[in-house]
Design a binder for this molecule. Structure first.
Ligand code: 1PW
Length: 215
């Protein structure tokens, strides 16, 4: 029974993993960032098959980043900072249109980074919502404020349709497997500032290097 208990999914572990990707000098460890995303994908998959089209893209991008880490220049991909430096210095990023480097670490991380903002906004809404809060509406609002700006019409329609299938707030909190609703709210209150920090650091790094619109 203990084994089963240990394997049970908890959103707290996922958020802890994201927090652990920040080093003391505020660099972002790619292994931990990717591990955080793996956990999120497990979470999304536990929300039902309708979310699989969403998680499929994330899985592909997680794999691209894992491959960079495993590749011949893996040590250059230790942190987001070292990756940006390395790829820019060696002309490994398509800056204006997709061409020779459709799987650069920079453009791939940018997609995950934008999605992280969505997650942050969504979890913040969940945290402050009342018992009768509608998860699908919160998820859609968070999406429209963030990721939707970067998606085509067809992806936006499909995403908004998927959100409608989200379980209600009570079930959603149970799936998180953190404890009582009060404990979930407390956990989110602790975890979200750190997620926001990871997002902010990446955003500033990308802005400084003019990478926020990579094709
Ligand atoms: C309930 C938990 C919510 C977690 C949110 C994280 C999910 C992010 C994945 C959204 C993907 C939607 C469908 C895919 C769209 C891609 O075209 C798009 N990818 C992303 C991550 O936005 C852009 O990638 P591309 O086509 O430029 O390679």
């Amino acid at each position: 029974a203990d084994v089963v208990e240990d394997q049970k999914f908890s959103l707290k572990e996922v958020l802890d993993t994201f927090q652990s990707c920040l080093t003391d000098n505020k660099e972002i460890l790619i292994d931990q960032y990717v591990a955080g995303w793996r956990g999120l994908v497990r979470f999304m998959n536990s929300l039902g098959t309708i979310f699989s089209f969403i998680s499929k893209d994330a899985v592909g991008k997680i794999q691209i980043m894992a491959n960079h880490r495993k590749g011949g220049h893996g040590e250059q991909y230790e942190t987001v900072q070292s990756m940006v430096k390395y790829e820019l210095a060696h002309g490994l990023v398509d800056l204006t249109k997709r061409a020779d480097h459709p799987e650069s670490g920079c453009r791939t991380t940018l997609r995950l980074h934008r999605a992280l903002r969505w997650l942050e906004l969504f979890l913040e809404r969940l945290r402050t919502s009342g018992e009768d809060g509608k998860t699908s509406a919160m998820c859609a609002e968070a999406y429209n404020e963030s990721l939707a700006h970067h998606h085509s019409w067809i992806i936006r329609k499909a995403s908004l349709m998927a959100f409608c299938a989200l379980p209600g707030r009570a079930t959603f909190f149970e799936v998180m497997n953190v404890g009582t609703p009060d404990q979930v709210v407390t956990m989110l209150g602790e975890a979200l500032p750190l997620i926001a920090e990871v997002y902010q650091i990446t955003e500033e790094l990308y802005a400084k290097n003019n990478l926020l619109d990579l094709p």
